[in-house]
Design a binder for this molecule. Structure first.
Ligand code: AMP
Ligand code: MN
Ligand code: MN
Length: 326
């Protein structure tokens, strides 16, 4: 069984490396720190590497100081978490194939020797909360805080449609160990800096909509003008996903004059993970992303066209299959 395989690999290793995806979100950070601290507690040497470090939103988490930007040699066991493909690690692995892959992305490419991938899980941190006891790892209040932060952050505070009673039971278990849900919720989801809020303002002012699609962009100039220097979207996608009666929300984030990031959020039955995967990215049915070559204007034109076509296709399929049933 997969839990036995993972336990044996952990028992047999003395030096363990952990990494996740670039521009790490609360789940990538929470899962990496929680697993890292649990392995330290059973006497393993541990290196936690995140290519982009930890954004200020999550720097309060226990174990944040463990994080480095690159691995030192001598690792026996390499674990990748919350990461659907190896490119998303940002090159920190070189050409090393990881031993263990722990993830919940439906687009996961099963790149490791042992792949614990549960697409129905609300967060990688929830997978850890469920499986760690089977690997001989236990929870301390510090570990519980990081894992609960991961669950809260990927489920946007238990709002996403993949939130289940199991997600809540796992979260409750972490609260029993000593994680304060209201404090963690506030820090992970409700608190935003003045600069981040100003950054949103620029994008919100140019928001547009058409046929169930809502979109806007964050430009390099907005970043400069607002003084927000994190390299992420400052959580604006979560706000877009709260807009009433949209089907798909798209945020374009200018990275440089030749690269643009795209974040999709969809409501209900619109599965945008395939669309993102087709464009070289990945994600979940209702939340996906990709990074594309091209100026902001070029990427925006192409992606909006493809997303509109996709929406039309899904809608006409729904009408036709309704028709068939009658
Ligand atoms: P984001 O829009 O960046 O918050 O990402 C939404 C979801 O899609 C997250 O689960 C990401 O891990 C995933 N995702 C975003 N960008 C990519 C990408 N370039 N490749 C694969 N997965 C991605
Ligand atoms: Mn993530
Ligand atoms: Mn995740």
């Amino acid at each position: 069984m997969i839990d036995d395989m993972i336990r044996e690999k952990i028992v047999g290793a003395s030096s363990i490396g952990i990494t996740s995806h670039i521009r790490p979100d609360g789940d990538a950070i929470g899962a990496s720190l929680g697993l890292g601290m649990a392995l330290l507690n059973i006497g393993k040497k541990v290196q936690v590497v995140l290519k982009d470090g930890i954004s200020s939103t999550f720097r309060h988490l226990p174990g944040a100081d463990l994080v480095k930007r690159a691995f030192e040699p001598g690792i026996d066991l390499m674990i990748v978490d919350d990461c659907s493909d190896l490119i998303r690690t940002g090159g920190v692995l070189g050409d090393r194939i990881p031993d263990i892959n722990i993830d919940h992305h439906i687009t996961n490419e099963l790149f490791a020797e042992v792949n614990l991938v549960e697409p129905d899980s609300v967060a990688t941190s929830a997978i850890l909360a469920k499986h760690m006891p089977f690997w001989g790892l236990s929870f301390t209040p510090e570990i519980a805080k990081t894992l609960l932060t991961g669950i809260l952050s990927d489920s946007i505070g238990f709002r996403t449609s993949n939130t289940t009673s199991e997600s809540l039971r796992l979260a409750a278990g972490l609260m029993d160990v000593g994680a304060d849900i209201s404090e963690l919720y506030n820090k992970a989801l409700l608190t935003h800096s003045y600069e981040a809020t100003k950054f949103w303002g620029f994008a919100l002012a140019r928001m547009q909509r058409e046929n169930g699609l809502v979109w806007t962009a964050l430009t390099l100039d907005d970043r400069k003008a607002s003084g927000y220097f994190g390299n992420d979207d400052a959580d604006l996608t979560n706000l877009l996903s709260s807009i009433e009666s949209y089907e798909v929300a798209v945020l374009f984030i200018e990275q440089s004059i030749t690269r643009t990031r795209v974040s999709w959020r969809s409501a209900g039955e619109f599965d945008i993970s395939n669309l993102a995967h087709e464009m070289g990215g990945g994600g979940h049915p209702n939340a996906a992303g990709a990074e594309l070559e091209g100026t902001l204007a070029e990427v925006q034109e192409k992606v909006l066209r493809m997303t509109q076509d996709y929406l039309k296709q899904v809608k006409s399929y729904a009408i036709n299959s309704d028709g068939d049933r009658k």
